[in-house]
Design a protein around this ligand. Structure first.
Ligand code: ATP
Length: 476
């Protein structure tokens, strides 16, 4: 399957099976904003839970918080977002279409030969690192890069464009104050650093984790839920003694990669991309990239943020944000290693990995199925219980089994259609286990369990089903 087709097919599948819908679809949608349907919401919640537990439950020195989206406006001045959170942009004068300069150049590079393309990308990284806008413009002109809409090379100058959304807080106009929708969750952690450290009696090194919505007015929002204007992040800030940041940076790079591999995704689908252009707060940074249907792209960032954020908040708030290290009897401002992963991008990664159109044809019969091979712990529905017929007491037995299992995991009941059709529907939803109740069950309490991936079936005692499924969906 060509990768373009694969992405289009995943998008269509997500809509058809209640995973992802365009926001406000009946009003023709809102660009780069999406809603999760009944199955997408479960999938997303399971991924979030897995991340949360991996970070907090499995590390005794990491705790989780839930900070508000709205923050004091000075937070964003201190963090540098008011002055620096912008992307170089260029407009095509004929189509009026606005491009992020790096996206325009990357799209151009895909149309030319690899050697020349790599040279251009390297040059682009250097120009971006130097904020050399004239150089970027000259590069776009020299290579005659065209607008995909107008087909012309009639460009404006390159300019910066701030990505933060703003709104007003206050009940009456005179009190109104401009505030921002947070563009990252990290700042909620920095401003609570001392609250958590003191109340939790935390000793360095320790981490604070958080999941939550973030908002960015992305100029070029494309790639389905890869790049959205409203999205969710899962971030962890790890506070360390100054001078030890390199060791912790390496530790978190490795630990996060292990987490990715624990999703059952093979190592060749991932790569690290070290940043040449470092953000204003970082002394080391890399992306973990996954091979999406549209190529290798960032799914997570690991950043060594130095003591920049805590120092800035100290300066702007006038409050001390230092730590007293009893091991060395010294106060210092901790350094921070951050791991920052997009939940929606992870959903898209899991969907891309799981989606398969499988040819099941035999010599005498053409057949195929679409299956989502989710890791069982992440599947929206863990167990479907299917009575062979709607009568003879079989639905009652099925309902009894569901009653036993549903306090432990998400079950689904269906009695319509042939068993074959019902299995295919569960394959398309990614349900790892189906149990069929038939007339024999009434005699011997045995049921047929059918496995999504192998499509194999076996007869097992009904009373074993709950524990069999629990065993297979364990996170740790
Ligand atoms: P990109 O270069 O793709 O714009 P970024 O480097 O700006 O991403 P970070 O600021 O490091 O991203 O954010 C951390 C993570 O948040 C990213 O790795 C990504 O998974 C997620 N993320 C960032 N922007 C978006 C977005 N617009 N939509 C969905 N997820 C996003």
């Amino acid at each position: 399957m060509a990768n373009d087709n694969k992405l289009a097919n995943i998008i269509a599948h997500c809509k058809e099976y209640g995973f992802v819908f365009q926001s406000s679809e009946i009003y023709d949608g809102l660009s780069a904003v999406y809603d999760y349907g009944q199955n997408g919401a479960e999938l997303k919640r399971n991924i979030r839970d897995y991340w949360w537990k991996s970070m907090t439950q499995m590390h005794d020195n990491i705790v989780g918080i839930d900070a508000a989206i709205f923050m004091h406006p000075t937070v964003w001045k201190a963090s540098g977002h008011v002055d620096n959170f912008s992307d170089p942009m260029i407009d095509n004068k004929d189509s009026k279409k606005r491009y992020r300069v790096d996206h325009l150049i990357e799209a151009f590079v895909e149309t030319i030969d690899k050697e020349k393309g790599d040279e251009i990308l390297q040059q682009m990284e250097q120009l971006l690192a130097a904020n050399d806008f004239d150089g970027l413009k000259a590069m776009i002109d020299a290579n005659k890069m065209k607008c995909s809409i107008s087909g012309t090379c009639n460009w404006t100058e390159v300019r910066q464009f701030n990505l933060m959304f703003s709104t007003e807080i206050g009940s009456v106009a005179e009190e109104a104050n401009v505030i921002y929708l947070r563009p990252e969750t990290a700042q909620g952690i920095f401003v609570n650093f001392l609250n958590v450290q003191k109340t939790g009696r935390m000793k360095i090194p320790f981490g604070i984790a958080q999941t939550g919505k973030a908002f960015r007015n992305e100029i070029v929002a494309r790639g389905f839920i890869f790049r959205m204007r409203e999205f969710e992040q899962m971030e962890m800030q790890f506070f360390v003694k100054p001078g030890t940041q390199k060791e912790w940076y390496d530790y978190w790079k490795e630990t996060r990669m292990k987490w990715h591999l624990s999703l059952g995704i093979s190592a060749d689908k991932y790569r690290f991309h070290d940043h040449v252009k470092l953000a204003h707060y970082a002394d080391m940074a890399c992306d973990i990239e996954y091979d999406f249907p549209m190529g290798f792209k960032e799914v997570e960032g690991v950043h060594s943020r130095t003591d920049f954020d805590l120092k800035q908040h100290q300066q702007f708030s006038g409050k001390k944000l230092t730590y007293f290290d009893t091991d060395i009897n010294q106060h210092y401002t901790p350094y921070v290693i951050e791991t920052s992963i997009g939940l929606d991008r992870t959903v898209m990664m899991i969907l891309s990995e799981a989606y398969e159109e499988e040819d099941l044809s035999t010599a005498d019969k053409q057949d195929s199925r679409t299956v989502l091979r989710f890791p069982p712990m992440l599947a929206p529905i863990k167990l479907a219980v299917l009575p062979l017929t709607k009568k003879d007491g079989l639905p009652e037995i099925a309902r009894d089994l569901i009653a036993q299992c549903k306090p432990h995991f998400k079950c689904f009941y269906e009695e319509k259609d042939t068993i074959g059709k019902r299995y295919r529907r569960q394959d398309a939803l990614g349900t790892p286990f189906c149990v069929t109740i038939d007339h024999q069950t009434k005699e011997d309490n045995m049921v047929t369990i059918r496995y999504r991936d192998s499509m194999l079936q076996e007869r097992v005692p009904m009373e074993q089903i709950k524990n069999m499924v629990l065993e297979k969906i364990k996170m740790f």
